[in-house]
Design a protein around this ligand. Structure first.
Ligand SMILES: Nc1ncnc2c1ncn2[C@@H]1O[C@H](COP(=O)(O)OP(=O)(O)OP(=O)(O)O)[C@@H](O)[C@H]1O
Ligand SMILES: [Mg+2]
Length: 224
């Protein structure tokens, strides 16, 4: 059974044919999604007990949210040349709003606070970046506030002092369980985050405390 994230082959994009490029992008996204769903199916099959109705609901909501995010991104990026650059902040706002409406419920309220300033990012980095945020959001909804309190997610982006683009998301939960190291954890979410960060050469840094959990990304913005 396939347990690795199937990564799209960005370098083989057909040049200067917008329709072919769009088809190629969508095919890559679907491959990635299928790979994530298969990995999830494999991990469920390994669980000793069948999932509860609530777990199945969360699982399907999570899959729906990822599909919705990718569909949303394709609409947003439909006019952006794949090898060009694009402004990140508006995409982040739109996509996180869509994620919250896909995941929030009367039982689990969510608020997203955006801060930072505009920053250009390579168009090809946007999808992996947003999918990392998708995993962070889904986790925050599932784990940050088991008491049912409002989940507050702070999304911050802007250029760092070293010239790299910084993107951070932090929640207001109680942090990771003791002993869980997200740099090596085998859960699908952290594996997807690590794999997609490597794909776009982003440095991934995690911060956990009793005041919450944060994921920080630093990524190169210009070709050398
Ligand atoms: N924001 C968070 N607050 C508290 N604990 C968290 C948070 N995010 C993740 N965790 C913990 O880290 C574990 C691993 O997360 P990961 O996303 O890798 O797997 P998962 O969410 O359990 O499964 P999947 O992502 O496949 O649905 C979670 O089971 C949870 O215990
Ligand atoms: Mg997860």
């Amino acid at each position: 059974m396939d347990t690795t994230l199937r990564q799209p082959k960005f370098e083989s994009l057909p040049a200067q044919d917008p329709a072919a490029e769009a088809h190629h992008r969508i095919a890559n996204s679907l491959t990635l999604l299928v790979s994530m769903v298969r990995m999830k199916a494999t991990s469920i099959a390994r669980q000793p007990d069948p999932p509860s109705t609530a777990e199945v609901r969360l699982l399907l909501d999570g899959i729906g949210a990822r599909i919705n995010t990718i569909a949303h991104l394709h609409r947003l990026l439909s006019h952006a040349p794949f090898e060009g650059e694009t402004e990140l902040l508006p995409h982040l706002k739109e996509v996180t709003d869509a994620l919250v409406s896909a995941l929030a419920s009367p039982e689990q309220q969510v608020q997203v606070i955006h801060s930072g300033q505009g920053a250009m990012v390579r168009t090809r980095q946007v999808q992996p970046l947003v999918l990392i945020l998708c995993e962070v959001f889904i986790n925050a909804m599932k784990y940050a506030r088991p008491d049912g309190g409002q989940v507050i997610l702070c999304v911050e982006c802007g250029p760092g002092v070293d010239g790299r683009l910084r993107v951070s998301v932090s929640d207001n939960g109680g942090g990771l369980p003791d002993g869980l190291d997200p740099r090596t954890a085998s859960g699908l979410g952290f594996r997807v985050m690590r794999s997609l960060a490597a794909e776009i050469d982003a440095e991934l840094h995690f911060e956990s405390s009793p005041r919450g959990f944060g994921v920080h990304l630093a990524l190169p913005v210009r070709r050398n």
